[in-house]
Design a protein around this ligand. Sequence first.
Ligand code: SIN
Length: 335
Amino acid sequence: MNSKPTIYIIGTGGTIAGEGSNATTASYKSGQINTKRLVNAIPGLGKKVNIRTETLFSTGSENLGPDNWKILALRIEELSDDPEINAFLITHGTDTLEEVSFFLDLVLKPKKPIVLTGAMRSSTALSADGPANIFQASLAAISPKLKNQGVLVVMNGLIIQGRQAIKTDSLALESFSSYPGGPIGKIVGEEVFIFGIPRPSPIMGRFHSHLLNQMELPFVEIIFLRGGYSENLIKIFENNNSNGIVVAGFGAGTMPKNLAKVISEKAKAGNIFIVSSRVSRVSVLPETMTSIDHNNVLPAGVLNPQKSAILLSLGLKENLKAFELVKFLKLLEIQ
Ligand code: SIN
């Protein structure tokens, strides 16, 4: 009798499936290796799990966005009732890994573990990290200690809640961190260690309705502030037609006074703003951000601009009001 669990691995491209012309070059082409070939090269994996594979996308994750993430979410849902599948593993480019993991956590009500991983070095590079990441992500996917956790990311031996994954370095192997709060566990050899009692996101699956209709997500602009140039930035705000705008402000959510004035006017006209920050570990609270006295201007809490834009976009699609979005932003501050 075959008692090994079965993992369904969905490849979506990225560096993990990238191929360079030789082992020492820093340049490579993303998404070249098909998922079956990628996985077959991993020593020891077949002893732990049965594997089924599919290549859904073969590209760098800079080319993937909400429409692709929805296709991925629907594919996972479609396969979730298959009794022969015990868990899902998604291989993905790391550049937008934090966005896809956040999105999947918001739209899926997972029946089975879903773990995402990627690699910082291509599959042909010296000391490629993809094989170890896939092996470790597989251990997390079948671990009884990680049941019902929603979407997880495993990178460089760390187990991170999908909503909390952030990419912090363009090239380093230890690029991925968990924020806010640390990783929920780590993998050493073949052992999965869990720190404390992990909790899935309090709003996991809250936007599942997005998967049930064809309507596109509304576009949310992110406006990135920088020192000076506030007159030019004012024009960008004034000319923007999105219903929702995320401000990548300074530090803990500050911005020049003249910009705050324009935002306040647009908020009065009905636009919803989330004020986030350019820093990698964001904390924007009502008392730390530049004060703008309007209910349509929301502090991002701990969400970076790209995650804020996903939440705002899903919220606008449901016609949620600012006060409802505030509740989600608050809940996401919980570690
Ligand atoms: C990508 O995101 O597709 C390229 C970068 C990477 O996977 O590390």
